[in-house]
Design a protein around this ligand. Sequence first.
Ligand code: HEC
Length: 135
Amino acid sequence: MRHPPGHEDDHPGREVTGARRRRAWPLALVMHLLATGAALADERALRQGREVFARYCALCHGIAGDGAGPAARLHKPPPSDLRSSARSDEYKELIIKVGGEAMGRSGGMPPWRQELSEQDIRQVVAYLRELKGRP
Ligand code: HEC
């Protein structure tokens, strides 16, 4: 729809209010987008972590992370119950990268740095944080 010529000049007051409003809302919008963006990024990272886990880890550690995957009985010591692990995120990242043997533990825990990117590993560790304490 086209405004008749001279429309702006007819309503100078309206322009002033509009300008003030234009200055105020971007900050609120930016804050909102930042918060939503961060929440969405977290959610995406977790979803990707869950996918990595289901694909590469659940065979031994179980889909619930309880250490009771279909291949668990082939391992002694058994795959760890990742819901109740007392290890730090840094330790987990490391053992996921280099495997159990390089950490003086069982070689039943394979090294993953050939298969998984740094980001995959960070995301799967973030997912393990989510599993923590689950029944
Ligand atoms: C082939 C079986 C197998 C697969 C697949 C496997 N793990 Fe393991 N994992 C083990 C075993 C066995 C241990 C226990 C090693 C030990 O106690 O010496 C272990 C231990 C761990 C630990 C140490 C936990 C703690 O509290 O000490 C972490 C973390 C871990 N695995 C994460 C993963 C992740 C993440 C994946 C997928 C990327 C994965 N594992 C895939 C067998 C496996």
